[in-house]
Ligand binder design. Structure first.
Ligand code: TYM
Length: 332
C-alpha cells in the first residue's frame, strides 16, 4: 500500500511564493508516487469571517492555482475541505481530548491573540485540532508544509497518539512534516522582517499572479541595507532575506557573484534587486498566464471539485466508520 500524503492551503487569498515553495512544490512531486490528498482549507478560513462572495472567490482561486501549478486530479485527490463533512465530525471527536493549556501555548494562536485582540474566536484556539482532523481523516503520514506549520504537526502527533492510548488501539499513524530535502523552508517577505504571509499585505508578498511591473516595483522597494558597509560585514536580516529569495529563482553563479560583492563591501543593492526582479518575472510569468486561463473556466473547476470530493469521501467515510466503532458508537 502506498503511503498517504495530506496537505492543504487556507483559502484566505491568493497563493504567494511562500505557499509555492513551502507546500505546492512538494505536492507536485508527491502526487506521482503516493496516495495524495490536497485540499482547500475553507473551514479554516472562517476564522477571519469572510463574506460568502469572498469565501467562494478565494476558494475557487486556490483550486485554479493548484491546477495551474500542476496538480492533476487523476493523480491525487483535490478537494474542498467543506465538501468532506467527515472532517468536521472527526474534529469534534478530537476536541474531546485536546486541552486548553496546550492549545493556548501554540505560537500561532498567541500571535493571533496579540495581533487581533477583537477576534480571538474558539476556531483560532482549535485551529490545530482541525488541522489534525484533516490529516488523520486519511491516516496521513507525510504532510508537506513550510516551517511555520511544524508546531501544528507536533500537535497532530500528540492528538493521534492520545487517541490511540485512550482507546487502547494503534489506529492513527504519526504524521510527520515533510519536504523532499528534509528541511522545512521559510520564505521571507520583502519587508525585511518575518516570513512571507497572506496577512502582512501586498507590499510584503510576491503573488503567483503578480503583473510584471507591479512585481518589479515591489522588489525594488524591498528593504535592504542603508548603513555603511565594510569588507566582511555580516548580512543584516533584510539582506539575508533578499539572498534567500534569490536562492529560489536565480542562477547559483549569479548569487555567488553578489555574495562576493557583499563580502568585498562593493555590492549595489539596486543591482541585486533588479536581478531578483528579472529572474522572479521569468519564474512567475508562465504561472500567471496559466492561472488566468484556468480561473476563467468555471465549469471545469466545478467538475474537478466534485470529482475530488467524491474520491476524498471514500477514504474519509471509511475512517469515520472505524473511528466511531473504536469510540463505541452504534454502527450500522
Ligand atoms: P497556509 O494557508 O498559511 O499556508 C499553506 C502552506 O504554505 C506554507 N507557507 C510557507 N512556507 C514557507 N514560507 C512561507 N513564508 C510560507 N507561508 C506559508 C505553509 O507552511 C503551508 O504548508 N494550517 C495550514 C493549512 C492547513 C493544513 C492542514 C496544512 C489546514 N489543514 C493539514 C497541512 C495539513 C495553513 O494555514 O497554511
Amino acid at each position: 500500500m502506498k503511503e498517504v500524503v495530506v496537505s492543504g492551503i487556507r483559502s484566505t487569498g491568493k497563493l504567494h511564493l511562500g505557499n509555492y515553495f513551502g507546500a505546492v512544490k512538494n505536492f507536485l512531486q508527491l502526487q506521482e508516487d503516493f496516495d495524495s490528498y490536497f485540499f482547500i482549507a475553507d473551514y479554516h478560513s472562517l476564522t477571519t469571517h469572510p463574506n460568502p462572495t469572498d469565501l467562494q472567490g478565494s476558494g475557487k482561486r486556490v483550486l485554479a492555482e493548484y491546477i495551474a501549478l500542476g496538480l492533476d486530479p487523476e493523480k491525487c485527490s483535490i478537494y474542498f475541505q467543506s465538501d468532506v463533512p467527515e472532517t468536521a465530525e472527526l474534529y469534534l471527536f478530537l476536541t474531546m481530548n485536546a486541552y486548553l493549556g496546550e492549545l493556548e501555548r501554540v505560537a500561532s494562536f498567541k500571535e493571533k491573540a496579540r495581533t487581533q485582540p477583537n477576534n480571538i474566536n474558539a476556531g483560532l484556539l482549535n485551529y490545530p485540532i482541525l488541522m489534525a482532523a484533516d490529516i488523520l481523516l486519511h491516516k496521513g503520514v507525510k504532510v508537506p508544509v513550510g516551517k511555520d506549520q511544524a508546531q501544528h504537526l507536533e500537535m497532530a502527533r500528540t492528538f493521534a497518539n492520545r487517541f490511540n492510548r485512550l482507546y487502547n488501539c494503534n489506529y492513527f499513524p504519526e504524521p510527520q512534516a515533510f519536504s523532499f530535502d528534509g528541511i522545512l523552508i521559510k520564505v521571507p517577505g520583502l519587508s525585511g522582517a518575518g516570513k512571507m504571509s497572506k496577512s502582512t499585505g501586498d507590499a510584503d508578498a510576491i503573488y503567483l499572479d503578480d503583473e510584471a511591473t507591479h512585481l518589479e516595483k515591489k522588489i525594488m522597494r524591498a528593504v535592504s541595507d542603508s548603513g555603511a558597509m565594510g569588507m566582511n560585514t555580516p548580512k543584516s536580516q533584510a539582506v539575508q532575506n533578499l539572498f534567500d529569495l534569490m536562492a529560489l529563482v536565480c542562477d547559483p553563479d549569479v548569487i555567488l557573484q553578489f555574495d562576493n560583492d557583499h563580502k568585498a563591501g562593493t555590492i549595489r543593492y539596486g543591482d541585486l534587486k533588479k536581478q531578483l526582479a528579472a529572474d522572479m518575472e521569468i519564474f512567475i510569468a508562465p504561472l500567471r498566464d496559466k492561472i488566468q486561463t484556468i480561473l476563467a473556466n468555471e465549469k471545469h473547476l466545478n467538475e474537478i471539485a466534485k470529482y475530488g470530493a467524491e474520491k476524498a469521501r471514500i477514504s474519509a467515510q471509511k475512517t469515520l466508520r472505524e473511528v466511531r466503532e473504536i469510540i463505541g458508537f452504534r454502527t450500522n
